[in-house]
Design a protein around this ligand. Structure first.
Ligand SMILES: Cc1cc2nc3c(=O)[nH]c(=O)nc-3n(C[C@H](O)[C@H](O)[C@H](O)COP(=O)(O)OP(=O)(O)OC[C@H]3O[C@@H](n4cnc5c(N)ncnc54)[C@H](O)[C@@H]3O)c2cc1C
Length: 406
């Protein structure tokens, strides 16, 4: 790969050139920057906000990690690597980032959540136990799921600390020589057969390769993703338990459950003394991330409190904290990890559909592989853009290099 050098742009200003530029320093971008820098590449990371910040998808103190992946068994191998890389990051950072509580995937016996978790567990030989709602309550008394609910307990589930993880990836990248600029928005990018460039709110840069990890803003930077990476408003609540001792990490596994009211996820009290929960696809609100309503309204809280009152009555007290956040949904809710279809020097990580955080560490490794070798040893067939043939927008992305633009 090309080394670092400087060139002049058409206005005679110096253009700094890198091996790789990473756009977005949230969960995926900070991990990508870390892996690239540790492979000895000269890298620049750019974010329009700070690291961390609360406008995207990677804030809110905790994120579930679970191995019995009901969404598809393909994720399990990636998760095993993710766990290894999170533990490695903890060693580098000298702090605990991953907490093990066990995980519950529950729902009707023939529903996708329980049956998918069971399938992944059996296919991959994961340790697991199946129990009824009653048995689950006896084991973990904070849970009051209906008697007939099928519950799969997997002991390796737990949670990550996303803001700390993003900072640990960034610090590790910087220690390996990466440059990172926050408060610098990428306005335009392009690629030719020989190089890539980005124009930001402050300057222009060139690179051999470009990685776009823009989260909810993905389709603003990559118009081809319009309709394939759709931002959606989400709400999180931390409710004060009447019996806090039932909602500690030692006694309360993280969960993903399918009930009459929809699919919900939840975590034990940690840092905030509240039972944390959210509804997957909260109120189905498709939004523009630049104009999303970021206040939490009474009806948002009621929706979450109603679920808690019915299934976790000892955890359904007053709200201690609430937050909005953004999902970025792909049509099949599987990720988008691929090279750009028209610009093979550009790699894309997008469409994490509300379940991506646990994979940041391995996605960083995959993006670094795609930059270095245009391929990866990881199985990413499920995540290729080609599966959406005929879907999404086919508007052209900017293609010209800075010298051809003006
Ligand atoms: C409420 C909620 C709960 C969730 N719970 C879980 C969970 O329990 N477990 C789990 O695994 N996943 C969970 N997820 C999903 C997970 O958090 C996301 O999939 C993940 O954080 C996505 O990371 P990202 O890097 O794509 O996005 P982000 O972390 O948002 O990063 C994108 C970055 O790109 C930057 N950017 C955008 N445009 C530009 C530009 N033009 N120039 C420069 N920078 C730009 C943004 O500022 C941002 O920092 C949850 C998500 C939400 C919202």
């Amino acid at each position: 790969m090309a080394g670092w050098h400087r060139r002049e742009d058409p206005e005679g200003q110096l253009l700094t050139t890198y091996d790789v530029i990473v756009v977005g320093l949230g969960g995926m971008g900070s991990a990508t920057l870390y892996h690239l820098a540790r492979r000895g590449l000269r890298v620049l990371g750019l974010d329009r906000y700070d690291v961390p910040h609360e406008y995207g998808s990677s804030h809110g103190l905790t994120r579930i990690i679970r191995l019995a992946y009901w969404e598809h068994p393909t994720y399990v191998a990636l998760l095993r690597r993710s766990y290894q890389l999170w533990r490695k990051l903890e060693q580098d950072a000298g702090e605990q980032l991953l907490h093990i509580t066990g995980s519950i995937d529950a729902g009707p016996a023939d529903g996708p959540v329980f049956s998918g978790a069971l399938r992944s567990s059996e296919l991959h030989g994961l340790p697991h136990e199946v129990m009824t709602g009653d048995e689950l309550h006896r084991r973990f008394p904070g849970y009051r799921l209906p008697r007939g609910t099928q519950c799969l307990y997997q002991p390796e589930g737990g949670f990550l600390l996303p803001e700390r993880c993003n900072l640990a990836h960034l610090a590790g990248a910087k220690a390996a020589g990466a440059e990172a600029h926050t408060q610098e928005q990428v306005i335009e990018w392009g690629a030719t057969s020989g190089e890539c460039w980005v124009a930001t709110s402050k300057a222009s840069y060139q690179a051999n390769r470009l990685v776009l990890c823009a989260g909810a803003w993905a389709s603003k930077l990559i118009p081809e993703l319009t309709g394939l990476a759709q931002p959606e408003r989400q709400v999180l609540a931390w409710l004060e338990p009447s019996r806090p001792e039932l909602f500690t990490p030692e006694r309360f596994p993280v969960f993903y459950v399918e009930v009459e009211e929809g699919r919900f996820y939840g975590l034990p009290s940690f840092l905030v003394p509240g039972f944390k929960l959210g509804r997957y696809h909260h109120r189905g609100e498709q939004v523009d991330p630049d104009s999303m309503h970021r206040e939490v309204e009474p009806e948002d809280e009621e929706l979450l409190r109603g679920f808690a009152a019915r299934y976790f009555p000892d955890g359904a007290g007053p709200a201690l904290m609430t937050k909005t956040c953004l999902f970025t949904n792909s049509p099949d809710e599987h990720f988008i990890l691929d090279l750009h279809p028209e610009h093979p020097r550009v790699a894309i990580a997008a469409g994490f559909s509300g379940h991506g955080y646990k994979f940041c560490s391995v996605v960083g490794e995959i993006m670094a592989d795609l930059c270095q070798r245009s391929e990866t040893r990881h199985e990413i067939g499920l995540f290729r853009l080609g599966r959406f043939q005929g879907l999404g927008s086919r508007r052209a992305v900017p293609k010209s290099a800075p010298t051809e633009r003006k």
